[in-house]
Design a protein around this ligand. Structure first.
Ligand code: BGC
Length: 543
């Protein structure tokens, strides 16, 4: 049943559902809230304890829900308020916590507030968005050098009606709200309370780092750099991200949540160096945790992961909690990154689920769903349409990252029937189902004990059983072959060790203390008289 302890979030395993692609309960080719409710037992079988649902609020769906036109209603294709409430209740009955996705930075350009704001400087909502006069004689040069989310274009967009520029950091159809306006704060905090009152346990915060911008609209300094998740940046974001006021906003938001019991949580999509991320969660007053995106752009090398783990352990010691993300609705599927090799995928699963902190699994990751190639000209994703329509197909195909996010959002594969059980056979799903659905689906993998799904289940079952895996400390084990990572987790009497062979050859080494194999990804892994042999890409849990 629902966990009423105040620190339930410290041991959560989050499962991200992208509603449009999870399960279509009414046969229109689009997933919906009732569909999620009907499939909650999948999450229970898998062994996660927290559900994060990407946006399902009223929206013209240009950015598939991340462009909201009414923060307190549900888009009809996903259901209605009753279905949202039913989902929360059904999840709670099963002991699952529920996080919704809060998009505070912007609205849809179709939102009545923006439509009114557009009409002129004396409209009721004139100041609800960030408007500024342009530069140059006719004011047709953007107010400053602020860049859009992907850096490719200016973040400013000209309105002929207002003869002014508005800020739309992500896409032009997503104007940024002016959080310095008290009315905006009040309206948005009321929306937050609305969902809390309905019973939701917390929020994933979309683009949270970017909400409070410099009130003087100063230009950002030119300074090329690479983010840990491998996004290239040309300008530092001193005046548009992680401003002092933004940390204050995190604290204000937390105070809205503090009135609710048991504790409600905030997990922020923020980018920046560890000191910045830690500032958001400092003294238990702002966010509960921030995503760490370093794993998204992984290279399948022991060194890559050991360096990152060591840096997370150093920078985010207790009471901070690192979070681990291998894929999500914006970035490439991890199964494709490892060349669809199931042993590599099992190794990554054991790694992600046994590190100290909070793992976030994206729907279908547990089945090894790969990217589904969809040509750019057929893209529904507005990012692909806005920025990359010109890119030759052969170039796009070779990029490690998917710039058409449709490719990572194809329907969840439930069974071997036409449309993989996502929607009825005669319905056309909103995105094509991957051709591999006959072998890669929940039903088939459930019945095959060596499947990736069964491996995820087994690892998550151990995680639930062993306090060392959720609450324990983590110590890296030294003296191992170069291609192997090993670490020990200990909490009181309970301890275990994890060894992962990233190499494509066998690895042999001595282990101390643990003498029992709890989980092994490959029959070729062997433990004999304190000596361990790991098969290529072999992963093992000892206790
Ligand atoms: C979300 C994207 C979305 C964007 C704009 C991102 O951080 O993850 O899916 O398109 O914010 O809201």
């Amino acid at each position: 049943m629902n966990d009423h302890s105040s620190d339930w979030w410290k041991s959560c395993v989050i499962y991200q559902v992208y509603p449009r692609s999870f399960y279509d309960s009414n046969g229109d080719g689009i997933g919906d809230l009732d569909g999620i409710t009907q499939k909650l037992d999948h999450l229970i079988e898998l062994g996660v304890n927290t559900l994060w649902v990407s946006p399902f609020f009223a929206s013209p769906q240009v950015d598939f829900g991340y462009d909201i036109s009414d923060f307190t209603s549900v888009a009809p294709e996903y259901g209605n308020l009753d279905s949202a409430k039913a989902l929360i209740d059904a999840a709670h009955q099963r002991g699952l916590k529920v996080l919704f996705d809060l998009v505070l930075n912007h609205t849809s350009s179709q939102h009545p507030w923006f439509q009114d704001s557009l009409t002129g400087k004396s409209s009721e909502h004139a100041d609800w968005y960030i408007w500024a006069d342009g530069r140059g004689p006719a004011g047709r040069i953007p107010p400053n050098n602020w860049r859009s989310g992907l850096e490719v274009k200016s973040a400013w967009h000209y309105s002929k009606t207002r003869k002014q520029w508005y800020l739309g950091t992500f896409l032009p159809c997503q104007p940024d709200l002016n959080w310095r306006n008290e009315h905006v704060r009040e309206a948005m905090f009321n929306a937050v309370r609305f969902w809390l009152d309905l019973g939701v346990d917390g929020f994933r915060l979309d683009m949270f780092g970017a909400i409070m911008k410099d009130p003087m609209l100063r230009s950002n300094p030119f300074h090329p750099y690479m983010e840990p998740s491998e996004l290239m940046r040309l300008w530092r974001r001193d005046y548009t991200e992680n401003t002092d006021d933004n940390f204050e906003l995190a604290r204000d938001l937390r105070s809205v949540l503090m009135r609710y019991e048991p504790e409600r949580v905030l997990i922020g999509e923020v980018f920046g160096p560890p000191e910045t991320l830690k500032r958001y969660v400092a003294n238990g007053a702002g966010l509960h945790f921030t995503f760490l995106f370093g794993f998204l752009a992984f290279r399948f090398k022991a060194k890559f992961f050991s360096k990152l783990i060591a840096s997370y352990e150093k920078n985010f010691p207790e009471p901070y909690l690192p979070t681990y993300v291998l894929e999500n609705h914006d970035r490439a599927r991890s199964f494709s990154r490892v060349g669809e090799n199931i042993f590599k995928a099992k190794l990554l699963a054991l790694l992600m689920l046994t590190l100290r902190g909070v793992p976030v699994i994206y729907q279908g990751q547990e089945l090894g769903m790969p990217n589904t190639y969809i040509p750019l000209r057929k893209a529904k994703d507005p990012i692909a349409k806005e920025y990359f329509w010109w890119m030759p197909e052969f170039v796009s195909k070779r990029l490690p990252e998917r710039i058409n996010r449709d490719e990572v959002r194809t329907p969840m594969q439930w069974d071997s029937s036409v449309n993989a059980g996502f929607c009825p056979p005669k319905t056309t799903p909103w995105l094509p189902v991957n051709e591999n659905y006959l072998s890669c689906n929940v039903e088939v993998q459930r019945s095959y004990e060596y499947s990736l799904f069964c491996w995820y289940k087994a690892v998550l079952a151990q995680r639930a059983l062993r306090p060392s895996l959720t609450l324990g400390d983590l110590v890296m084990i030294s003296g191992l072959p170069e291609q192997v990572i090993g670490y020990a987790r200990t909490h009181g009497e309970d301890s275990c060790q994890v060894f992962l062979n990233f190499g494509d050859t066998d690895s042999y080494f001595d282990v101390t203390a643990p003498d029992k194999v709890i989980l092994s990804s490959d029959p070729g892994n062997l433990l004999l008289d304190g000596r361990l042999k790991l098969a290529p890409y072999g992963a093992i849990l000892l206790a």
